[in-house]
Design a protein around this ligand. Structure first.
Ligand code: SF4
Length: 493
């Protein structure tokens, strides 16, 4: 470990615990990272005279005692503030809460049903707008009204239902979590700590389910809650910082009302989603404006705005890449008319868009011209599908349909789309004939199936380009006829 590494780590006393744990197998010197920078020292796990477990324990205890509140979060709410915020928010929520399908009250005996509804809605709502989620939620509940129904579903069905919501890993984890709970035969756990052991349930979702469905007095912290808390306390520390984030949990935990924890948590989130929004907060209508430090600062000093809180974190720039998509349409051997079947490929079970269907495609690191893109696609089609013009197929038509940009969380992808219509020389039996040896899963479907399949928004966009192209082909003769007729009319007059 060199000097510059030492300096970087020493300046960062909140380095994650897992980093230390993951290095315990490493024979090289390992730094004890949990002590404050002032008590920071270099030692090894193996050469220290103090037993390793004791050393780590001492460090953790010391950290807990000395851990500051972080950033400028110098204090918690006073008892009086806590009391007033609880009362004001709950009263406001009782009057103003939005009527959302997952907020239906359920009787005591239906607590598990309520827990399932909260679970599904919270997973859907992560990174997706309420308006978008409503329709998805209703369709989901019609198909799988209980966790026991969901546990019977296949990943394929769940992905289809989720198509368009994005972040498909959440859907997969939801299904896996449901199967895990049903297999456990004890129902959905009613404590946040146990809920967090279920696949796909993190601290936020566990807090939401436990407080809303089972009345456990535990907090929730999402983007809306962070915004409200950082304004109430005028916190300018980076909300993404681990220590600051833990302190938002402490503040939310302090505020949560022990008699109505679920309603209180929802009221805090509701305030953030409605009045205390990102860019135009309605402070004049806010039930807790008298307790809001950012609001009072903005009243005292006109250069301060409540929207200065929370601190805006500069996002890492997304990686750019380029994708050539080839919509491969296979016509039957007797007819060269359009209306063939489309090849779809299943993505690998891990990574981006895991297990979802897409048209054959090739990712490129840099933008290239049409000829290079075609070469890349030709090679791919030949190697993977045995589709090779003049050798195994006849090309009926090949057309560039255009391009668009699709944004994933960390990738900005430029997508080039082409439609390749072929007729296979040896019929479809020759297509993918080495499939058993490969790990690739594929199918080919007709346009009716494709139109109703659950596809990701990018794949749907590609297919809509194909549909638009086919439509233009079918109306083209009519419009050229019209042009000919109007030319004729001009000559006659
Ligand atoms: S007063 Fe304004 S900034 Fe403060 S919590 Fe209310 S809406 Fe948000």
């Amino acid at each position: 470990m060199n000097g510059s590494r030492l300096l970087r780590v020493a300046l960062n006393p909140t380095f994650e615990r897992s980093t230390v744990a993951s290095k315990t197998q490493n024979p090289k010197p390992i730094l004890i990272l949990h002590c404050k920078a002032s008590s920071f020292k270099t030692t090894t796990m193996s050469d220290s005279s103090v037993p390793r477990e004791k050393l780590m324990r001492n460090c953790r205890v010391k950290k807990r005692e000395e851990e500051p509140l972080g950033g400028d979060m110098e204090d918690l709410f006073s008892e009086n503030e806590t009391h007033k915020i609880r009362i004001s928010l709950l009263e406001w929520y009782d009057e103003n809460q939005r009527d959302l399908p997952w907020r239906r009250r359920r009787s005591e005996i239906e607590k598990e049903r309520r827990a399932y509804e909260v679970w599904v809605s919270e997973i859907m709502l992560q990174q997706t707008r309420v308006q978008t989620v409503m329709e998805y939620y209703k369709r989901w509940m019609q198909k799988w009204p209980t966790i026991y129904d969901l546990a019977q579903a296949s990943l394929e069905e769940v992905n289809e239902m989720w198509a368009g919501l994005g972040y498909y890993r959440r859907a997969r984890f939801l299904l896996e979590g449901a199967k895990m709970v049903v297999a456990g035969k004890e129902g959905i756990p009613n404590k946040a700590s146990s809920l967090m052991k279920v696949k796909g349930i993190g601290e936020y979702t566990a807090g939401a389910i436990a407080s809303i469905a089972f009345n456990e007095a535990v907090p929730v912290v999402d983007g809306n809650v962070i915004r409200v808390l950082s304004r109430l306390k005028a916190i300018s520390a980076n909300p993404k910082d681990r220590l600051t984030s833990r302190n938002f949990w402490k503040l939310a935990g302090q505020l949560v009302d022990p008699s109505r924890p679920g309603d209180f948590n929802q009221s805090l989130m509701e305030l953030g989603a409605t009045l205390c929004n990102v860019s135009k907060p309605s402070c004049s209508s806010c039930p807790v404006s008298s307790k809001c430090r950012a609001f009072s600062l903005s009243q005292e000093n006109k250069t301060v705005s409540v929207t200065d809180y929370p601190t805006k974190v500069v996002k890492a720039k997304p990686r750019h890449d380029f994708c050539c998509v080839c919509v491969l349409e296979i016509l039957n051997q007797k007819s060269k008319q359009s209306g063939g079947r489309f090849v779809l490929v299943k993505r690998p079970e891990g990574g981006l868009l895991a297990g979802l269907w897409e048209f054959p495609s090739v990712i490129l690191d840099e933008e290239t011209d049409l000829a290079t893109r075609r070469d890349a696609i030709n090679l791919y089609l030949k190697e993977v599908f045995h589709v090779e013009p003049k050798e195994t197929c006849t090309v009926v038509s090949r057309k560039e349909l255009g391009e668009f940009v699709h944004i994933f969380t960390h990738i900005r992808r430029k997508v080039f789309v082409e439609l390749l219509v072929v007729q296979l020389t040896g019929g479809t039996n020759d297509l993918f004939k080495d499939q058993t040896k490969d790990t690739l899963t594929w199918k080919y479907v007709d346009s009716d199936v494709l139109s109703t399949m659950g596809l990701t928004s990018a794949v749907r966009k590609v297919y809509s380009m194909v549909e638009a192209h086919k439509l233009s082909l079918s109306v083209a003769p009519a419009s050229s006829n019209r042009r000919a007729i109007s030319r004729k009319r001009r000559i006659i007059t």
